[in-house]
Design a binder for this molecule. Structure first.
Ligand SMILES: [Zn+2]
Length: 84
C-alpha cells in the first residue's frame, strides 16, 4: 500500500511500521502531511507576543516622547537666553 514518508528524516515508512525505521520517530497518521511537532506554532506565538510587546513599547515610548512637549508648551518659564 502507500508508504508514509517520515516527517523527521524523510525516509520511507512502511504502513506496518509504527515508528520510522531510519530515525525511530513515531509515524504520523496517513493523510495528514503536517509535521507532528508543529515547529512553526511555537515560533509564531512567540513572534506574535514579541510584536505585541513591541507595539506596547512603541505606544509607551510615543506617549513619553509627546508628553513633555505638551507640558513644555503649556508653560515655558525657563528661557535660557534671557531674551524676555
Ligand atoms: Zn525517520
Amino acid at each position: 500500500m502507500e508508504a508514509t514518508v517520515c516527517l523527521n528524516c524523510g525516509g520511507r515508512i512502511s504502513p506496518g511500521d509504527r515508528v520510522c525505521p531510519h530515525c525511530g520517530a513515531p509515524r504520523h497518521r496517513t493523510g495528514s502531511p503536517e509535521p507532528w511537532p508543529p515547529p512553526g506554532a511555537r515560533r509564531t506565538a512567540k513572534l506574535a507576543g514579541a510584536i505585541i510587546a513591541l507595539l506596547i513599547v512603541a505606544v509607551i515610548a510615543w506617549v513619553i516622547a509627546t508628553w513633555p512637549r505638551h507640558s513644555l508648551t503649556s508653560h515655558e518659564p525657563v528661557v535660557p537666553n534671557g531674551r524676555v
